[in-house]
Ligand binder design. Structure first.
Ligand SMILES: Cc1ncc(COP(=O)(O)O)c(C=O)c1O
Length: 316
């Protein structure tokens, strides 16, 4: 269960957790008009550090732009808001949830007169698919639900409404005894999990579906691509037929929530040796060394909370 923290950032001000409320007739409640982010702040030896904060802030602004929502904050201001909220709540590590939504005003579908509200909340959060998932891997299925098609809801936007599709996938998987579901795209090719991107390893090479396969442009996906390049592991973004999942040497999910999680079976078909494979392990190890600050931050991915200073008033 969610453990409340003290403060939430709302339109530039820190407010009490309990006061971060919206009216039931806010546009977002009926029509799903929100865009949001999910970011992890890791505990490092030099204090808490946010993983790829500017990239997440940029994706939030991209999502808002796609939906014609004018957010009155820059990438730097949103990064500052994340850091301020972490500081205000005195957390060593946490999950960060910025949300931009269309608020209370008109009640029709056309949203242009409804106010845009921006919130940033933080809370402590553990492992998404359980403590063992990272080492043991998870059992998943291919969902009977397809991912949103490109000419219906845009997948590059991380919009609240997309997660109705994700919920169908995740609920079906859960009811059938799987940790997660993999959705195919509108053309029947592999897309992604309900809340994570997927990578397939075969013959020493890693494959992941391209952005055109209705995937979220995952920040962790991008990190894995860059880490693979650094480790000299060949990588290709390509269309993936469903059956390639079954005959893969290794499979893994990646995302802010699942980090890098091996998949040990799909539709009860064992993948490779049925346990975390060597390439997954190498990528996972490197990923954790970077995010936890035990390896040099060569890519410049960490924003140490202590390094971000408060903006000075004009004239100071
Ligand atoms: C549908 C979906 N795909 C992929 C991801 C992974 O994206 P990221 O690595 O930016 O968290 C997420 C999580 O945000 C997601 O919800």
């Amino acid at each position: 269960m969610l453990q409340p923290t003290e403060k939430i950032w709302h339109n530039g001000q820190l407010i009490d957790w309990k006061d971060a409320q919206i009216h039931v007739l806010s546009h977002v409640v009926s029509y799903g008009s929100s865009v949001f982010e999910g970011i992890r702040c890791y505990e490092t030896q030099t204090g808490p550090a946010v993983f790829r904060a500017p990239e997440h802030a940029r994706r939030l602004l991209d999502s808002a732009k796609i939906y014609r929502m004018d957010v009155p904050y820059t990438i730097e201001q949103l990064t500052q808001a994340m850091v301020e909220t972490i500081r205000a709540n005195n957390l060593k590590s946490c999950y960060i949830r910025p949300i931009v939504l269309r608020g209370y005003g008109d009640v029709g579908v056309l949203p242009f007169t409804n106010p845009i509200e921006t919130f940033v909340a933080v809370w402590e959060w553990g492992k998404y698919l359980g403590e063992d998932a990272l080492s043991q891997g998870v059992d998943v299925c291919v969902s009977s639900w397809a991912r949103i098609a490109p000419n219906t809801l845009p997948a590059l936007a991380k919009a609240g409404a997309n997660y109705m599709n994700s919920q169908l996938i995740r609920m079906e998987a859960s009811k059938n005894g799987y940790a997660e579901g993999i959705a195919l795209d509108n053309n029947g090719f592999v897309s992604e999990g309900s809340g994570e991107n997927i990578f397939v390893v075969r013959d020493g090479k890693i494959h992941t579906p391209p952005l055109g396969a209705s995937v979220l442009p995952g920040i962790t996906r991008d990190s894995i691509i860059k880490i693979a390049g650094q480790l000299g592991i060949p990588m290709v973004e390509t269309i993936i037929p469903r059956e390639l999942l079954y005959i893969a040497d290794e499979l893994f999910f990646c995302g802010t929530a699942v980090e890098v999680t091996p998949i040990r079976s799909v539709d009860r078909i064992e993948i490779g040796s049925g346990r975390r494979g060597p390439i997954t392990e190498r990528l996972q190890k490197r990923f954790f060394e970077i995010v936890q600050g035990s390896a040099k931050d060569e890519f410049g991915w960490l924003t140490p909370v202590s390094a971000v200073t408060e903006p000075q008033p004009v004239g100071a």
